[in-house]
Design a protein around this ligand. Structure first.
Ligand code: NAD
Length: 265
């Protein structure tokens, strides 16, 4: 199939570099004809994101730090001035103090709990509201990124697991809020990928290796595979789908216990 996204314009939030999940998604969308705009967090990352955006023909690259509401509003005002409308949105943003992505969840501080929830969960609600205002009467589609540590305990994932659980609940509530506007809201629950954010989790390598080894497919997932699933959720192919948590994790989430022979190896 070709040109699934032709004539559609979308905002990609969360590219840090060419290992970012948002970058894999951006490439898949652009390859199917989408016109893209990007945001970046801070000038240091902007230096990396601008050339990447240009390589996909995107000339709208906006600064946006979701901790600062004025920065969110100014990015959306700039997008409105430039495009006047928006068809889809990718939210691939998360942050927590890496000192609390190890050890016990019980030791999470009040300050980091609030900050993690604001950046990794509530930012999607604030952004979805602004993006919806730009979407046409014919509707639109938005996705965010989550992880299976939301529903089952993953060592060291801690407060981020709690934030992802709240993010997944937000997806369902936002799907109900915006359904009457024909705007669909879904999320991809990705298997572990080696990214900047992923490397902040304690013992990340061991967790990645365990999940890959014990998933039905016996391997990790690629940025191309995540891009393909995002393309499905953001295109008309998934027209009847909203409020979903779509797992792209080599099937790891369905496993209760590895086969005994795997445990011996
Ligand atoms: P990444 O480091 O490439 O991307 C994280 C992005 O979040 C960065 O672009 C960063 O600038 C942005 N960000 C953080 N704080 C921000 C703020 N205050 N304002 C604006 N942007 C901010 O890592 P990634 O793994 O591609 O992460 C993207 C999403 O995928 C995250 O939500 C992450 O939790 C999720 N995810 C990652 C994995 C994995 O294994 N890497 C698995 C499942 C889900």
């Amino acid at each position: 199939m070709q040109d699934l996204m032709k004539g559609k314009r979308g905002l990609i939030m969360g590219v840090a570099n060419d290992h970012s999940i948002a970058w894999g998604i951006a490439k898949a969308l652009q390859a199917q004809g989408a016109e893209l705009a990007f945001t970046y967090q801070g000038e240091a990352l902007g230096k990396r994101v601008k050339p990447l955006a240009q390589s996909l023909g995107a000339d709208t690259v906006l600064s946006c730090d979701v901790e600062d509401l004025a920065s969110v509003d100014s990015a959306f005002a700039a997008l409105k001035a430039k495009w006047g409308g928006l068809d889809f949105l990718v939210h691939a943003i998360a942050f927590s103090d890496k000192n609390e992505l190890k050890g016990r969840y019980a030791d999470t501080t009040r300050e980091n709990f609030s900050r993690t929830m604001l950046i990794s969960c509530f930012s999607f609600t604030e952004i979805a509201k602004r993006a919806a205002e730009l979407m046409p009467e014919t509707g639109g589609s938005m996705i965010t990124l989550t992880f299976g540590g939301s529903v089952r305990v993953m060592p060291n994932y801690n407060v981020m697991g709690v934030a992802k659980a709240a993010l997944e609940a937000s997806v369902r509530y936002l799907a109900a809020d915006f359904g009457p506007r024909k705007i669909r809201i879904n999320s991809i629950s990705a298997g572990p990928v080696r990214t900047l954010a992923g490397s902040g989790i304690g013992d990340a390598r061991a967790m990645f290796a365990f999940q890959q080894k014990h998933s039905p497919l016996g391997r990790g997932v690629t940025l191309e595979e995540l891009g393909g699933s995002a393309l499905y959720l953001l295109s008309d192919l998934s027209g009847g789908v909203t409020g979903e948590i779509h797992y792209v994790d080599s099937g790891y989430n369905v496993i209760s216990m590895p086969r005994p022979e795997e445990l011996k190896g």
